[in-house]
Design a protein around this ligand. Structure first.
Ligand SMILES: C[S@@+](CC[C@H](N)C(=O)[O-])C[C@H]1O[C@@H](n2cnc3c(N)ncnc32)[C@H](O)[C@@H]1O
Length: 241
């Protein structure tokens, strides 16, 4: 089965490492104080459970994914996991304190329907923890600027919405809910950039529509010179019911 959004674990691990600290802060300051102890949570489109594993000390999480392999990976990590489609969640109304997702809405045929399903199955909160906006991508030095459009076009070619981040406000409004919309902060140091650069470049080459291989040398020399900088804004939305 060709699953939209099936993404290598290396990329998911990197994304989660960038964001885990801010997710924890958002949960601890905005969400958990008004919820029962150890709230139940549904992770919609959980993938192999990397995000759920990082949040499992705060919530009692059930993972769910349309991809059977992802469900098996979650279980191999000791997580509770079920198979299901975000467009028609296999749960009764108000089954969980929290429903959340990360890096999923951009891949869905009908993200509004998925958000309505998360609103239906949650009692207290819906968290759209991370949706990127590749149209806001920054690459430095200038020679790397074409990467932004290549990635946007490449993701569209795979059926994704690469500008999902900026659409979160409209998506929430169309479902009749208000949300705190924000952008995750970032911080960069050369050690991390160097350790992540190879995996990042592999993702770019796999994603960019025309193939970005002719820019590989620019990327490598900027990395070696310590001038490389890349960033794509990643948005979140917190909906308290
Ligand atoms: C980019 S991955 C993100 C995985 C995980 N949320 C994370 O952030 O590490 C997108 C996930 O969404 C899942 N997915 C795609 N369409 C889905 C659907 N209709 N219902 C449930 N899961 C879906 C894919 O199988 C994949 O595991």
């Amino acid at each position: 089965m060709n699953v939209p959004g099936a993404t290598g674990e290396g990329q998911l691990e990197r994304q989660s490492a960038w964001l885990a600290e801010h997710w924890s802060w958002l949960l601890d300051t905005r969400v958990l104080p008004s919820l029962p102890q150890n709230p139940s949570a549904l992770d919609v489109g959980s993938g192999p459970g990397i995000v759920a594993a990082s949040l499992s000390s705060r919530m009692d999480i059930t993972c769910m994914d349309i991809d059977h392999d992802a469900v098996a990976r979650c279980r191999s990590r000791g997580l509770r996991a079920v198979h299901g489609d975000a467009h028609l969640l296999p749960f009764e109304d108000r089954s969980f304190d929290v429903a959340y997702c990360s890096f999923v809405l951009l891949w869905l045929r009908d993200p509004e329907r998925a958000l309505r399903e998360m609103l239906r199955t949650s009692r207290h909160a819906v968290l759209l923890l991370a949706e990127p906006d590749h149209g806001g991508r920054i690459d430095h030095p200038d020679a790397l600027r074409p990467l932004r459009q290549m990635i946007v076009d490449g993701l569209r070619g795979e059926g994704a919405e690469p500008l999902m981040g900026r659409r979160l406000r409209a998506l929430c409004s169309s479902c009749g809910v208000d949300a705190e919309i924000g952008i995750h902060p970032g911080s960069w140091d050369m050690r991390r950039m160097r350790s992540e650069a190879e995996g990042e470049w592999d993702w770019i080459e796999r994603t960019a529509v025309e193939g970005a291989s002719h820019l590989r040398d620019e990327w490598a020399s900027a990395l070696a010179a310590g001038t490389l900088f890349t960033h794509s804004p990643i948005f979140y939305a917190l909906i308290m019911k």
